[in-house]
Design a protein around this ligand. Structure first.
Ligand SMILES: Nc1ncnc2c1ncn2[C@@H]1O[C@H](COP(=O)(O)OP(=O)(O)OP(=O)(O)O)[C@@H](O)[C@H]1O
Length: 252
């Protein structure tokens, strides 16, 4: 589904990413973890066309993505949820979802776009899945932080992208909200390839049903199951640090 090779990106002399290889399968859920500044968001920025790397190759279903515009990459089937919610705060939840449909792309035409009943059904189906069905008339800006994150995930779901890039979906969520988000992402991965960046280890453990990739200083340190990664001494040293060591001592 996605095959990355020799990817390099620097900002003003600082190497943000230097990735030899990275790939994920169709309908795989991959979690990327790593300390702050490891290059995780930069990786997603490159895949969705927001950032141009100095060199490398990013193939999506065999098609080279590098050199293409963000809109074109989105149309090819790559959807992105950013770290900070980027919804239209002044519009209702419903109108945000309407804009997320693969129809007219500006606010004005969307308002006058004649919705097919299929589109309405899609909006209701997705709103139901993310638990926003009772909030459709709410102004998006007044939603709780967790619900804003769900709205943004809903917008990616409406685009029905084959590859979904989800940056820190559980940030700022309560445990209950995070668990619900985890279930949603696991469910999505039955029909889509999903890459999730996350810091919260409890959440990572819940969603890491397949491989976890660890990025450190722009490089892929290791990949494996959650348990393998969690017990990897280099990962403990580089990333999980003393908090995890203390936890392991407490368990032994
Ligand atoms: N547009 C930019 N211009 C300059 N430097 C940047 C830019 N984007 C990212 N960087 C730098 O590249 C490095 C990698 O940043 P990135 O945001 O990808 O890390 P991250 O792993 O997502 O971190 P975090 O977990 O804190 O979000 C950092 O040193 C960051 O300051």
């Amino acid at each position: 589904m996605l095959e990355v090779k020799d990817l390099k990106v620097s900002f003003g002399g600082l190497t943000a990413l230097n990735l030899d290889t990275f790939s994920i399968r169709k309908n795989e859920l991959r979690v990327i973890i790593g300390p702050n500044g490891a290059g995780k968001s930069t990786f997603m920025d490159i895949v969705c066309g927001k950032t141009k790397p100095q060199q490398g190759s990013v193939k999506f279903k065999g098609l080279e993505l590098l050199g293409r515009k963000e809109v074109e990459i989105a149309k090819l089937g790559v959807g992105r949820k950013f770290q900070k919610p980027s919804i239209f705060s002044g519009l209702t939840v419903y109108d945000n979802l309407l804009l997320g449909l693969d129809g007219p792309k500006d606010v004005f035409t969307s308002y006058f776009y004649k919705l097919a009943s299929y589109d309405k059904d899609r909006i209701m189906e997705v709103a139901e899945k993310v638990g926003l069905v009772n909030d459709l008339t709410m102004i998006a800006g007044s939603l709780s932080h967790g619900k804003k994150q769900w709205l943004e995930i809903a917008i990616v779901m409406l685009q029905d992208s084959e590859l979904m890039l989800i940056d820190e979906p559980a940030a700022g969520m309560s445990d209950v909200e995070a668990e619900k988000t985890g279930n949603l992402l696991c469910d999505l991965s039955k029909k889509h390839s999903v890459i999730v960046i996350e810091h919260d280890m409890k959440f990572v453990e819940q969603i890491a049903i397949e491989k976890v990739s660890v990025l450190v200083r722009g490089q892929l340190l290791t990949e494996g199951t959650f348990q393998e990664v969690r017990n990897n001494q280099e990962v403990i040293d580089c990333y999980l640090g003393s908090a995890n060591s203390a936890q392991q001592k407490a368990h032994s």
